[in-house]
Design a protein around this ligand. Structure first.
Ligand SMILES: [Zn+2]
Length: 265
């Protein structure tokens, strides 16, 4: 809040706040990128992110990651065909025992680090993480966040221009405004997106025939493991209690879907 306070003081930008703050609430799930942009952005970033990594391409863990990803992607294609069918889904298992992380880029390009396997425990545990990551991609959280950043930057720049005549003050304001934009974008939206990805991910798991009840145990294990080290996976995460509480609320529907999927097998 310190940043925001000085921003407002320096630029006499109370009027800016009037524009800016309601805009955050109104943006909702606004995304001014096309679904095909997600695919392009992810495909461009993927080789860069994988370069220099040791990719594991055989063995039991590799087979497990491949199998569960295929099952989860098939579920995502069934439940969210409009977006999921436009993506060319891929996954790589990366040998880094100290990295407790997994990610999915916009457009469905994924990575799993070996460091998360002990916490996942088994295939169902790993399905909790991967379904969550796949849901970030189908819900298009990456380009949604980019949309917010673009719009906030435009608003703040317009505000700085309108409310400051003095060049030095204007420059300072813009620097602060950029920090403030990051603050506004990364915290609250990050948490909402995490909960949204958890909830949708449970439905993918269930549809793919993985017991969604495993999500509670998985996040509890992550929570005790993250006591010792900051994990990237948690950088914008909701508090563990709130996350687990929301998962419990979403479970009955996911369990029904799981039982149905078992019945149809
Ligand atoms: Zn997440």
């Amino acid at each position: 809040m310190k940043l925001l306070a000085s921003l407002f003081a320096k630029a006499s930008a109370a009027a800016l706040a009037v524009h800016l703050l309601p805009a955050c609430g109104l943006l909702g799930n606004l995304n001014h990128y096309q679904v095909s942009d997600d695919a392009t952005l992810g495909a461009e970033a993927y080789p860069e992110l994988l370069s220099g990594e040791t990719v594991i391409s055989s063995g039991a863990d590799h087979r497990m990651v491949d199998r569960l990803t295929q099952r989860l992607v098939a579920a995502a294609r069934e439940l969210d065909p409009v977006v999921a069918n436009q993506f060319d889904w891929e996954v790589r298992l990366i040998e880094q025992d100290e990295v407790v992380n997994a990610w999915c880029l916009p457009g469905g390009k994924m990575a799993v680090f070996t460091g998360i396997l002990p916490i996942a425990g088994d295939e169902t545990g790993l399905a909790v993480v991967m379904s969550h990551e796949i849901a970030h991609a189908t819900l298009r959280h990456g380009t949604e966040r980019m949309t917010r950043q673009d719009l906030l930057t435009q608003l703040i720049e317009a505000g700085a221009e309108a409310y400051s005549e003095d060049a030095e003050t204007k420059q300072q304001t813009e620097a602060l405004a950029s920090d403030a934009a990051h603050l506004l974008v990364s915290l609250p939206f990050g948490r909402d997106a995490e909960i949204e990805a958890d909830t949708r991910g449970l439905m993918y798991m269930a549809r793919a025939g993985y017991d969604p009840r495993a999500a509670v145990g998985f996040w509890e294990r992550m929570s005790s493991a993250s006591g010792s080290a900051p994990f990237e996976l948690f950088s914008t995460h909701p508090s563990d209690e709130r996350r687990i509480e929301q998962i419990r609320e979403a479970l009955p529907e996911a369990i029904r879907a799981y039982e149905q999927s078992l019945g149809s097998r």
